[in-house]
Write a protein of this length. Structure first.
Length: 333
């Protein structure tokens, strides 16, 4: 007797077997985490995502802090998926062979910096990873994935001003070594400073002040709304210093007024930063990653330094304009 339900069940079972066999011959990509913070981890994910996108292979997602609050955690296959446990692994490196999407290999993307200056440091000379950040299809995809799953309390920006996000990494909270220009030098580290190793990651206030001034001049003295994103516990002092140095009534400077700390408001700050017209940033991966995901009219970052009193001093900035300049609109809200 013909059993329609049984036939359909068998066909479905055969289709599943076929798809699993197809998947077993397909390569995949994953990544190593650096042990760093949110920006480092998102960057590691994005590097592996580029391999997945370029070679049309699955990405095996490695969870990291806050990733469970992002869309990608619901979309990506998680590392350890049964279909890929028996795969041969290959860590990509400088001399790695061309990726073969049909080889059945799990390609592991090691941690790699996006900043060329960081790559040139002693820590990372073995590996540098190229991503085509101008690929609009790729950008559209990652923007849909590195996105909060639930509504966050983001900043409400003014519509009648050019908005400028300024990421001021101070290293004065104890997470990193102090900077050579930081007056709050920590006891016991007098001869060891963070900026000596990474001169573009932690830069002095003059770089940020000059960056704001460049944007103000570029937009022909239109009013600016500047917001200080910082891990410093006293952002009001930074804002006061910048306001006094700029001395323009058309430039208003704001900051988080309560509970500012390097462990607080990570996602709120990151996704608020993406709403601004312009970005002034160091080579911190927090704002560097934001610069890849955002749609900024102007991005200013450090590009050249010299040594003064045996410590680095930023003397040149890189200015990029990835989006056409238009008048500010009420698109921030």
């Amino acid at each position: 007797m013909f059993n329609k339900k049984k036939v359909i069940k068998n066909i479905f079972f055969l289709m599943v077997i076929f798809l699993l066999k197809q998947a077993s011959g397909k390569s995949a990509a994953t990544y190593f985490l650096s042990g760093g913070r949110f920006g480092d981890n998102v960057l590691a994910y994005l590097h592996a995502k580029w391999v997945s996108y370029k070679y049309k292979i699955p990405l095996l997602y490695c969870p990291f802090e806050y990733s469970d609050q992002l869309v990608l955690s619901d979309v990506e296959l998680i590392f350890g998926d049964e279909r890929y446990k028996s795969m041969k692994t290959e860590v990509l490196g400088r001399n790695a062979k061309k990726i073969d999407p049909d080889k059945g290999v799990l390609y592991i993307v090691p941690w790699a910096p996006e900043s060329l200056q960081e790559y040139e440091s002693v820590d990372h000379r073995s590996f540098y990873f190229y991503v085509n950040w101008d690929d609009e299809t790729f950008l559209e995809e990652i923007r849909s994935l590195v996105k909060p799953k639930h509504q966050l309390n983001l900043l409400q920006l003014p519509c009648d001003k050019i908005t400028v996000a300024v990421h001021v990494r101070k290293n004065s909270n104890g997470f990193d070594l102090p900077a050579s220009f930081d007056v709050k030098k920590q006891v016991g580290f007098e001869n060891c400073f963070f900026d000596d190793y990474y001169p573009f990651k932690c830069v002095d206030d003059n770089f940020y002040i000059d960056g704001i001034r460049k944007i103000y001049d570029f937009f022909k003295q239109q009013p600016l709304y500047v917001y200080i994103f910082t891990d410093d516990k006293s952002p009001e002092k930074i804002a006061q210093k910048y306001q006094q140095a700029l001395a323009h009534s058309a430039i208003s400077i704001d900051y988080r007024h309560e509970n500012n700390n390097h462990n607080n408001y990570i996602l709120e700050d990151f996704f608020s930063m993406l709403l601004f017209d312009c970005l002034v940033r160091p080579d911190s991966n927090f704002s560097l990653t934001a610069s890849k995901l955002g749609k900024y009219k102007i991005i200013i970052s450090p590009e050249g330094y010299t040594r003064e009193n045996n410590h680095p001093k930023i003397v040149r900035a890189h200015i990029s304009m990835p989006v056409a300049i238009i008048q500010p609109q009420c698109s921030h809200q």
